[in-house]
Write a protein that binds this ligand. Structure first.
Ligand SMILES: [Zn+2]
Ligand SMILES: [Zn+2]
Length: 219
């Protein structure tokens, strides 16, 4: 893909704002994610804060209704719901993908310019929240309050990155379809591989994540 826009400062760590946070965009995102998630929890707040910071760093207004922003979430769960609510990027819209590293972090890609920024909570954040907590306050509430109110400079870390894979291949073209020569099932989103005359789905090419169970016996 053509990379245009501002010069790509690979690995640069932007200076994050120490200014008080504008609560309005965060509150709007959290209202949505808490409704979907069933409750409000600290990791949702971190997800929403990560997305809002990335939007500012990439100069992209959030939440988005187009497909310009791609979020690569490094964990599922609460954090991912916060990411989606604040960014407008969802698995169902093909604008959020799971890179299941088990890390509370995400990379945000401006697919128009190719710029990408990875955001994560500062590694000593929990210790600092506990240290700043009034003795009568419950830990959970302390995390929630801090994650909602602390400025970016105390909460998050961010760095520009270059992606190690073909972004166009991941995004792929919508509306294309083939039929797998192995299983006969339809393959969408250009996830097929051609082998001579054959067109194969990833499961038939290199093995599926499941094996067929024995036939169900009638009850
Ligand atoms: Zn949760
Ligand atoms: Zn197949």
């Amino acid at each position: 893909m053509a990379v245009s826009g501002p010069p790509f400062s690979v690995g640069a760590a932007p200076v994050l704002s120490g200014a008080p946070l504008d609560p309005a965009p965060l509150d709007a995102a959290l209202a949505q994610s808490a409704a979907l998630h069933g409750h409000l929890c600290p990791r949702q707040v971190l997800g929403a804060r990560s997305a809002l910071l990335a939007g500012r760093l990439l100069d992209l207004p959030l939440p988005r209704t187009d497909k310009r922003l791609l979020v690569l979430a490094e964990t599922d769960g609460c954090y991912a719901d916060g990411l989606s609510a604040a960014s407008g990027c969802w698995l169902g819209r093909r604008t959020l993908r799971l890179m299941d590293y088990g890390r509370v972090a995400a990379t945000f890609v401006d697919t128009r310019t190719g710029r990408a920024v990875r955001v994560w909570p500062q590694t000593d954040l929990r210790e600092r929240v506990r240290a700043a907590r009034p003795p009568e306050q419950k830990r959970y509430q302390a995390y929630l309050d801090a994650y909602r109110s602390w400025p970016d400079a105390r909460l998050l870390a961010a760095r520009e990155v270059t992606l190690n894979f073909d972004l166009d291949g991941l995004l792929s073209r919508h509306g294309q379809r083939e039929v797998c020569s192995g299983c006969g099932e339809e393959i969408i989103n250009e996830r097929w591989v051609r082998r001579g005359e054959r067109v194969l789905c990833p499961a038939c090419l290199s093995g599926a994540y499941y094996v067929w169970a024995p036939p169900l016996t009638e009850l």
